[in-house]
Design a protein around this ligand. Structure first.
Ligand SMILES: Cc1cc2nc3c(=O)[nH]c(=O)nc-3n(C[C@H](O)[C@H](O)[C@H](O)COP(=O)(O)OP(=O)(O)OC[C@H]3O[C@@H](n4cnc5c(N)ncnc54)[C@H](O)[C@@H]3O)c2cc1C
Length: 815
């Protein structure tokens, strides 16, 4: 072998900022026997031409964590690895044009402060004092981020590379990975210079990740956009200001107009995310070149004209500067704009750290997260926002292009809780989709499945704009109230296609499930919730376990959890086991029928025994079709889930709808279901239930059976029980204003932050604003008075008893 190592613990494919950061973090953690392969020179991909902005801003808690970590790392990196570099921490001003935007800023500022960052809201006058050259007459305010700035991306990558090499890791440049194969439980990576065997492999190939993914048989959920920034000549006024103040102007983002404007030397750098944007390498007549190292696309300024004019109106000095250079480079996008960091779906010991849209500001944190995935199989922070398994098989190329363009064109858009983005829709339709639509269903996509979020009446405003609000306002809100009250007073039906469903069968299945979950496994004929913990006792997932026989189960879980949960199960199956696990999601449909009249309705269409108690299930017939009637209700009323074969859905739905008419049966949507479950304190996956919390912190001790034989997480949970939890799940009722508490709103007591919300919303049956959250354990006594910060204002809140707010003794459920 000419010069390259024959064996390594980890091989990273791709030497941009992300791959090199991953190598650095592995080496720093003691995994120095790691190799990085770069097909060209380090930074030859997107990293080379990036603008190098390093914001901490994000409305996602985990992405903010990653970016905050990056900024902290970069501040000390030059010294830590002895590699000087240009990193200007200039602070940034993010301009707001509306009340809604300021609310977004207030929320992010609250999250940022909780992460220890001093983010601040500026008035128009304060903007002017920090950035004298800007027009502020039409602004409502701004977010000030003192940690933002710009870094030289190539120097950053070289610094990380030096750090990694100094620790013993190896980097081979001009050494593309050309193929991979699995041999004797190892990966063999081919290169033109020979083969390397390794335990783990990482795809960090940036916009080439699709090509590298193909080597593993993986179709990557990604596409490539062209993004341009323009460099402008020196402006004497900027030079004078910088000289006088001894610093650069803060980085400015006009997010409502959609661009960043940065001081570059003594001129400007303007980078728009334009609505009329351009995808590359997405069609047959525009194939991706085999090698695009250190190359750019031709300038395309026409697309940017509106943005240039807008920026000149905002900072008139820009109009005095000459344009000197345009950089038009490729940026990869996933369908939601977040990168892929974590296990490569379905492929053993392979990981992804690629498709970064903001890889410079996320690279540091991404290296930490990736290294944890490889070394420990789990991460310190819950990183579902970046987990490759959040995109399942339906994410084909058309979908990736449509969503990537939508995300790029709305890069700085606000993500309102009741707004459904329109691109890439109708990928998976329920057999009764047309019926749901004709009833007024307004849809949202859940793992590609279209489900009604709410039902509009003729004449209701169903425009996108009508849902672009943080407040409880608009016809959707009234509709949700009507739907919840119909469920309370009569009955509701919710068509729920795409519930993930796994068939688990074979000798030993029961004992195995006992070892996988913290609690009991139901007896045949019964259904129960199973909590799956990791070795630290943290909540990996929750599934409904339906026992069909002693060793025969259906596990039912959230639509988006499909690949994640399937992998958790299969990964833990002992070698040589007789247990078979099969994903049968596509074969079944589900209708939720719930409300006090649901028994009367069902009794007219089935001869099943409807007196069977809560948490039982039975096979039955509706309209001559087989179905499984499951006596549970996430809405917290008397009710059944009606599981059918997909092909029978229409007949069963029609029969139930017809039977329900005289009883006042109404369709209800996902928004109503969310409101109803909050009133019952039922947790939602990856909000209330995440690896950020242990099962005991999650208030789920009644699902933990310490007396049973060993199960994953038992030792950690025993130890935690012994020392007591530091924080614990609570339900709060809030004297809120016009908005309910979003995820990660801070809880205050005695002037200190003492916890956070994990979800919030309006409970229509109780007529109150509710939040579920995590609170310092000594404050969880019912009746404790707190405050919840919602979009910058604090509202009184009271800790509730540890029982549902609605039907506290579950009498309606058991009726
Ligand atoms: C104009 C522009 C401005 C930008 N500005 C910013 C910004 O201000 N802030 C920010 O955070 N982000 C910015 N970005 C995005 C940023 O550049 C990327 O997110 C980041 O560089 C991605 O880094 P990476 O390491 O994932 O990928 P890359 O830098 O693309 O690295 C991937 C590497 O993999 C190598 N490779 C590919 N295939 C193989 C193979 N088979 N074998 C070996 N090696 C292989 C490639 O040669 C390449 O070096 C900007 C992008 C553009 C286009």
């Amino acid at each position: 072998m000419s010069g390259i190592a024959g064996h390594a613990r980890v091989v990273i494919i791709g030497g941009g900022v992300v791959g090199v950061s991953a190598l650095y973090h592995l080496a720093k953690a003691g995994w120095t026997d790691c190799v990085l392969l770069e097909k060209n020179e380090l930074t030859a991909g997107s990293t080379w031409h990036a603008a190098g902005n390093v914001p901490t801003f994000s409305s996602s808690w985990s992405i903010m964590n990653m970016q905050r970590y990056s900024a902290e790392l970069y501040r000390g990196l030059a010294e830590a690895v002895d590699y000087p570099m240009n990193y200007h921490v200039t602070g940034s001003i993010r301009l707001g044009h509306s009340k809604e935007r300021l609310r977004e800023f207030q929320r992010v500022a609250g999250m940022g402060r909780y992460q220890g960052m001093d983010l601040d809201i500026l008035s128009p006058d304060e903007i002017k004092s920090r950035y004298p050259f800007t027009e502020t007459h039409d602004l409502t305010g701004a977010l000030y981020d003192p940690y933002d700035g710009d870094i030289d991306p190539a120097q950053l990558t070289q610094a990380l590379a030096k750090g990694a090499r100094d620790l013993g890791a190896k980097i081979y440049r001009f050494c593309p990975a050309t193929g991979v194969r699995r041999e004797n439980d190892e990966w063999v990576i081919s290169t033109e210079k020979g083969e390397i065997r390794c335990e783990y492999v990482v795809n960090a190939a940036g916009y080439y990740a699709r090509e590298v993914g193909k080597m593993f048989g993986r179709d990557m959920p990604m596409m490539v956009m062209s993004h341009q920034y323009m460099l402008f000549d020196e402006v004497p006024e900027v030079a004078a200001w910088s000289r006088e103040n001894g610093k650069k102007l803060p980085l400015m983002r006009d997010v409502d107009s959609s661009y960043y404007l940065r001081q570059e030397k003594n001129g400007f750098n303007l980078g728009p995310y334009e609505r009329k944007c351009r995808a590359h390498w997405a069609t047959m007549d525009d194939p991706m070149p085999a090698d695009f190292s250190f190359q750019l696309f031709p300038d395309d300024l026409e697309r940017l004209e509106w943005y240039i004019n807008d920026a000149v109106e905002r900072v008139p000095l820009l109009g005095t500067a000459g344009l000197t250079k345009t950089i038009n480079g490729p940026i990869p996008y996933t369908p939601d704009g977040n990168p892929l960091i974590g296990p490569m779906p379905g492929v053993p010991n392979a990981f992804e750290a690629c498709v970064f849209t903001f890889g410079i500001c996320q690279g540091g944190g991404a290296g930490k997260v990736l290294a944890e995935w490889v070394m420990e199989g789990e991460t310190e922070w819950d990183m579902w926002s970046c987990d490759p398994r959040r995109f399942t098989g339906f994410c084909d190329q058309d979908y990736a292009v449509a969503k990537g363009m939508e995300v790029y064109g709305h890069e700085y858009a606000m993500h309102f809780p009741h707004h459904a983005w329109p691109a890439g829709r109708n990928k998976k339709l329920s057999p009764v989709h047309d019926r749901v639509a004709s009833l007024g269903g307004q849809f949202g996509a859940y793992n590609g499945w279209e489900r009604a979020n709410w039902y509009a009446r003729p004449g209701d405003d169903t425009s996108e704009e009508a849902t672009q609000t943080w407040a409880r306002e608009g016809e959707w809100f009234e509709a949700v109230r009507r739907e919840c009250l119909a469920v309370r007073d009569a009955a509701g039906i919710l068509d729920l296609p795409g519930f993930s469903r796994f068939r688990v069968e074979g000798a030993g299945a029961r004992d195995w499930l006992l070892s996988m979950t913290t609690g009991l496994v139901p007896k045949p004929g019964r259904i129960g919730l199973g909590y799956f913990a990791d070795e630290k006792g943290r909540i990996v997932t929750e599934m409904s376990i339906m026992a069909l026989g002693e060793d025969f189960f259906f596990l039912i879980t959230a639509a988006t959890a499909q690949w994640h949960d399937f992998e958790w199960l299969t990964k833990h199956l002992p070698a040589g086991s007789e247990i078979k696990i099969q994903d049968v999601t596509e074969a079944f449909s589900c209708q939720i029928l719930t409300g006090p009249k649901s028994r009367d309705i069902l009794s007219t269409v089935t001869d099943a025994d409807l007196s069977k108690p809560w948490l039982t299930h039975q096979s039955a017939q509706i309209a001559g079709n087989w179905c499984q009637l499951v006596r549970v209700s996430f809405a917290g009323e008397l009710g059944w889930e009606i599981h059918t074969k997909v092909e029978d859905t229409v007949a069963v739905f029609d029969a139930v709808m017809q039977a329900g008419e005289p009883h006042g049966l109404k369709p209800f949507g996902m928004f109503a279901l969310n409101s109803l479950r909050l009133e019952k304190g039922y947790r939602a996956w990856k909000g209330d239930l995440s690896t950020d919390y242990t099962v005991l912190q999650g208030g789920l001790e009644r699902f933990v059976k310490f007396e049973k034989p060993d199960f994953i997480g038992k030792q950690a949970l025993l130890a935690e029980r012994q020392r007591g939890v530091s924080k614990r799940f609570v339900t709060l009722v809030i004297e809120a204003g016009d908005c309910d508490a979003p995820y990660m709103s801070t809880l205050w007591h005695d002037g200190k932050v003492v916890g956070e919300t994990t979800s919030g919303g309006w409970g229509h049956r109780i007529g109150k604003s509710i939040a579920l959250g995590m609170l310092r354990a000594d404050l969880t006594e019912p009746g404790t008075e707190l405050e919840v910060e919602i979009f910058g204002d604090r509202f009184a809140a009271t800790v509730q008893p540890d029982q549902p707010l609605w039907d506290s003794s579950n009498e309606r459920l058991r009726a």
